[in-house]
Design a protein around this ligand. Structure first.
Ligand code: ATP
Length: 259
């Protein structure tokens, strides 16, 4: 019997691109309801591939999950269309803060609510919710998304995902290329959403310091496989993990950590 406290379960998945390039070779992780899971790993470790698999987006990249299972609320995601998964509440913010550059901020946000046949009143109240979460976006609501800062684009991409009313929000490296203060604002907003709305979050990050500060649990991926999982507090206390698995070699320690 599936554990009802587990929202998303990824069990020993293997995945390839173009049927030959093995990208994942045993990734396992789970997101508990109402919790934040950080998926950590250096460049090329397999985080993006894992996230694509979770939203069943690998086929669009000529990739496939070749073994293992991924379930969202007990049902396999691998037989469902990505758009159906969004409607079921599994919503992903892709790497690279994708926005429609020719649309303004508000039009970008509204586009996130279109898939779920919401009324105008629902869209208006969801917009207000996004503006409360990211007040900067309200100031920029009429500005073209191509003209706002990188941080504001990331907030717009997250806001658009929120407009789909996620139950699990999946984010791929939201900190990438952003200044520390903006990263902090974004993670604080995510933490507030988690605390106040019970939103479950899976966030893939190379920036383990910031991710471990806000997450409840963490999973470390290296060379396409899970090498370590635990509470964020446990992983925070182990500086050696950063040195060996996360490409932060100057963060001290000798001796490889026991997994
Ligand atoms: P990054 O931080 O650079 O996004 P990552 O941890 O997300 O790294 P992945 O992008 O999942 O890692 O890459 C895992 C492996 O799969 C790498 O060896 C990468 O070269 C390969 N890979 C990723 N995308 C593709 C693709 N579309 N086609 C072929 N190989 C790919």
């Amino acid at each position: 019997m599936a554990d009802p406290a587990i929202l998303l379960d990824v069990a020993a998945i293997q995945a390839t691109y173009s049927q030959t390039i093995r990208a994942l070779n045993g990734v396992s992780l789970s997101v508990r309801k109402g919790k934040i899971l950080a998926v950590l790993g250096s460049n090329g470790a397999g985080k993006t591939t894992t996230l694509r698999a979770i939203s069943n987006l690998l086929p669009a990249e000529r990739g496939q999950v070749t073994s293992g299972s991924i379930t969202f609320e007990g049902d396999s995601v691998l037989t469902r269309k990505p758009a159906d998964l969004v409607r079921a509440g599994l919503v992903q913010v892709l790497e690279g803060r994708h926005c429609f550059k020719s649309l303004n901020v508000e039009e970008n946000l509204v586009s996130g609510g279109l898939g779920r046949s919401a009324t105008r009143a629902q869209i208006a109240s969801d917009l207000e919710f996004v503006y409360q979460t990211f007040p900067r976006l309200k100031e920029k609501r009429r500005v073209s998304a191509g003209l706002i800062s990188g941080g504001e684009q990331q907030m717009t991409a997250i806001g658009r995902a929120l407009m789909s009313r996620p139950r699990l929000l999946v984010l791929d490296e939201p900190s990438m290329g952003l200044a520390p203060m903006i990263i902090r604002d974004i993670f604080r907003a995510l933490k507030r959403l988690n605390r106040e709305s019970g939103l479950s979050i899976l966030v893939a990050e190379q920036n383990s310091t910031v991710a471990l500060q806000y997450a409840d649990f963490a999973t470390v991926v290296e060379n396409g496989r899970t090498v370590l999982s635990g509470t964020a507090a446990e992983l925070r206390s182990r500086e050696d993990i950063k040195a060996f698995y996360l490409g932060e070699a100057d963060s001290l320690s000798t001796g490889r950590p026991a997994a």
